[in-house]
Ligand binder design. Structure first.
Ligand code: ADP
Length: 367
């Protein structure tokens, strides 16, 4: 099934032209081999949308090989995300994959302590590029439709979910925050810091501060950072006048950039007490995301609505309004193409296949 891109003109609300996409967009990105791995690359790109692993073929929306640049990934998922956001959709990109497969590199840029200078070089990741385009597009819309007096605000937050506990990455003294839901605000995190960003400099400061507060910078399989989910959210509020009747309209949409915990199976050998509890919790958000993906894919395939247990983990509860329904979702599934990662790579590709089966329009979100 080829995905259709539909240009949607939103003539009545001023923040024009968006790209609508009928399901979850799935990109597989292959990491360049580390030293010594060059000989044993088992994942091979065979076309723009297909790869093989041990003679099995998988098809997705796009395959990014080890030579793919950060800009190419941005063109595949970042630019459409901005257009979707401007068209009023909640829009998210998730990075999924085992530890060391390139999620952090893809989402933010060169790993291990992001510095401000990393945010302007070629290696800068998806997030800074998304905001470059967002700010440019918002100014363009303001200039193009001056009569509508478009005003906008971008409100950002940055949090980490570790061991099913939410910590504010912009103020790490705020720990164990609770998710609330009400009719007026929808789903939100109580007491979470929100900062307005007006330009790239503001954004860079937030990213650098937030990532520095992430649990340990190291990316070994056992590092805590590999077991935490990082969620950067920007609420874009726009306010403008309608040309037709001069009345004001107000629109909000949400961008989520999510660097998920490593998808590798946690080894529980020898774990006891707190450590055991922690191991169970760490996977809860990720396994619940997997369950949701299965349920959403099943609804898409059978057309039968069923209960979607968004509230069963912090991650899925928090992102409830961005999964399914009218939301736009892209997944970058990161794989390491070497033989030693074979079984985790298979498991990532299977997850990616289930995600690709989701047709969001078929899903009615519960309120
Ligand atoms: P993860 O977040 O999945 O644990 P990282 O993003 O930290 O993985 O990637 C592991 C290492 O590989 C890092 O040193 C990172 O800079 C490097 N790396 C990952 N993907 C790429 C890529 N596409 N090009 C160059 N280096 C990469």
């Amino acid at each position: 099934l080829k995905r259709k891109l539909i240009a949607e003109a939103t003539a009545d609300n001023g923040v024009a032209i968006g790209v609508s996409d009928s399901g979850v967009k799935v990109i597989v990105r292959m990491k360049p081999p580390s030293k010594g791995e060059e000989e044993e690359m088992i994942v091979k790109k065979i076309s723009n949308d297909a790869l093989t692993i041990n003679e099995q073929t998988f098809t997705f929306d796009s395959i990014a090989d080890p030579e793919s640049t950060q800009d190419e990934i941005f063109q595949l998922v970042g630019a459409p995300l901005v257009e979707n956001c401007l068209a009023g959709f909640n829009s998210s990109v998730f990075a999924y994959g085992q530890t060391g497969s390139g999620k952090t590199y893809t989402m933010w840029g060169p790993a291990n302590g992001l510095l401000e200078e990393h945010l302007s070089g070629d290696q800068r990741g998806l997030t800074p590029r998304v905001f470059e385009l967002l700010f440019a597009r918002l100014s363009e819309e303001q200039a193009k439709h001056a009569e509508r007096q478009l005003k906008y605000q971008c409100r950002c937050s940055f949090l980490e979910i570790y061991n099913e506990q939410i910590t504010d990455l912009l103020d790490p003294s705020l720990k164990n925050l609770m998710i609330r839901e009400d009719v007026k605000s929808g789903v939100y995190v109580e007491n979470l810091t929100e900062e307005y960003v007006k330009n790239l400099k503001d954004l860079s400061k937030l990213l650098v501060k937030g990532l520095a507060n992430r649990r340990t910078g190291a990316t070994s399989v056992n590092a805590e950072s590999s077991r935490s989910h990082c969620v950067f959210t920007c609420v874009v509020e726009s306010h403008c006048k309608s040309v037709a009747d001069g009345l004001s309209s107000f629109k909000t949409s949400r961008i989520n950039l999510v660097d998920l915990a490593g998808s590798e199976r946690q080894k529980l050998t020898g774990a006891a007490g707190d450590r055991l509890k922690e191991a169970g919790n760490i996977n809860r958000s990720l396994s619940q995301l997997g369950n949701l993906i299965n349920i959403l894919a099943e609804i898409s395939q059978t057309g039968k609505q069923r209960h979607i247990p968004y509230r069963d983990s912090r991650l899925t509860f928090l992102l409830q309004e961005s999964l399914g329904g009218n939301a736009k979702l892209a997944m970058v599934c990161a794989v390491s193409p070497s033989q030693s990662c074979r079984s985790e790579t298979f498991s990532t590709l299977r997850f990616a296949q289930r995600a690709k089966a989701i047709q969001n329009k078929a899903i009615v979100n519960e309120v």
